[in-house]
Design a binder for this molecule. Structure first.
Ligand SMILES: NC(=O)c1ccc[n+]([C@@H]2O[C@H](COP(=O)([O-])OP(=O)(O)OC[C@H]3O[C@@H](n4cnc5c(N)ncnc54)[C@H](OP(=O)(O)O)[C@@H]3O)[C@@H](O)[C@H]2O)c1
Length: 263
């Protein structure tokens, strides 16, 4: 499932390189009264995993955003070499799931897809009380430097290495279910992560909070920013599940994904 806050033209931010984590007065103006979308997602869908892309945390060219600035996850435990949960053969090198973190009952995961190991998360656990019980988790690939994985281990931030050069998203979702019993994943990430999930057929529901604003702008991050459809590829057909008028002229739209609209 995906959830995003979008302008009527599907833009996810104000302009290329404008990170919402860094804050932007223009985005704040068009989302006035919206509240915290993460809180809405947690309350409405009760997911075990909220998925973000690295694009939300990395500085963009010409921007002064601090890498890895995260409003969500917090420094809590620094248990260093925490014990691992017992893993099937072959998992040990690519899985770091310290028992001290994983065994906490009802644990939920603020999860970042970071195939190249570039995001330096500021927190392992969110300091905001609304995030109580949530912990950072990283999905990465063989392209991540060993030093980055060592840093995650030192900070007791769990990770799964799934994929050679990028995160194999289908496998990652399977691993989350297999190793952590995750049933509900909501991607609140940017357009490229949503686009990759959509193209891989991994999205079953699309939730949108549509702002009464048009942003436009070629290259501005937009919903489902995937490569263009090939000649034999079809749009994904949706079925409207609900429409709700929210305050401030916003619309909440929920769609079930039916699958490719083939002939
Ligand atoms: N309004 C909203 O609801 C909302 C929500 C989130 C973000 N935003 C804004 O959107 C912008 C970021 O969006 P973005 O589209 O630039 O980046 P993004 O979606 O946050 O980041 C791209 C992510 O997709 C992964 N990815 C892309 N293609 C993939 C594939 N084929 N297989 C596996 N992984 C793949 C990348 O992995 P790698 O790390 O390996 O490259 C990366 O994690 C920021 O300005 C942010 O503030 C807005």
């Amino acid at each position: 499932m995906t959830h995003n806050v979008v302008s009527v033209d599907g833009r996810l931010t104000i302009a290329p390189g404008v990170s919402l984590l860094a804050g932007d007065d223009r985005w704040a103006a068009i989302t006035a009264g919206l509240g915290d979308p993460y809180a809405w997602v947690r309350q409405t869908h009760d997911p075990e995993v909220i998925l973000e892309g690295s694009g939300s945390f990395l500085p963009h060219a010409g921007e002064g955003v601090q890498p890895g600035h995260v409003e969500a996850p917090s420094g809590g435990e620094r248990a260093g070499d925490a014990d691992q949960v017992s893993l099937p053969d072959g998992d040990a090198d690519r899985v770091f799931l310290p028992d001290a973190v994983v065994s906490s009952s009802g644990r939920r995961w603020f999860t970042v897809v970071d195939g190249r190991g570039r995001v330096n998360l500021e927190y392992a656990e969110p300091p905001d009380p609304g995030w109580a019980g949530w912990h950072a988790l990283v999905l990465t690939s063989g392209a991540a430097p060993a030093a980055h994985l060592a840093q995650l281990r030192a900070r007791t931030i769990p990770y799964l290495v799934v994929g050679a050069r990028r995160v194999d998203l289908a496998r990652a979702l399977d691993e989350l279910a297999r190793l952590l019993g995750v049933a509900t994943v909501i991607c609140t990430g940017g357009g490229r992560l949503g686009g990759a999930l959509l193209r891989a057929g991994l999205v079953d529901e699309i939730d949108l909070e549509v702002l009464p604003a048009a942003i436009g702008g070629r290259g501005t991050p937009a919903l489902f920013d995937a490569p263009p459809l090939g000649r034999n590829e079809w749009p994904v057909r949706l079925e409207l599940r609900s429409v709700e008028r929210a305050g401030g002229g916003r619309l909440r739209l929920r769609y079930d994904v039916l699958g490719p609209a083939g002939p």
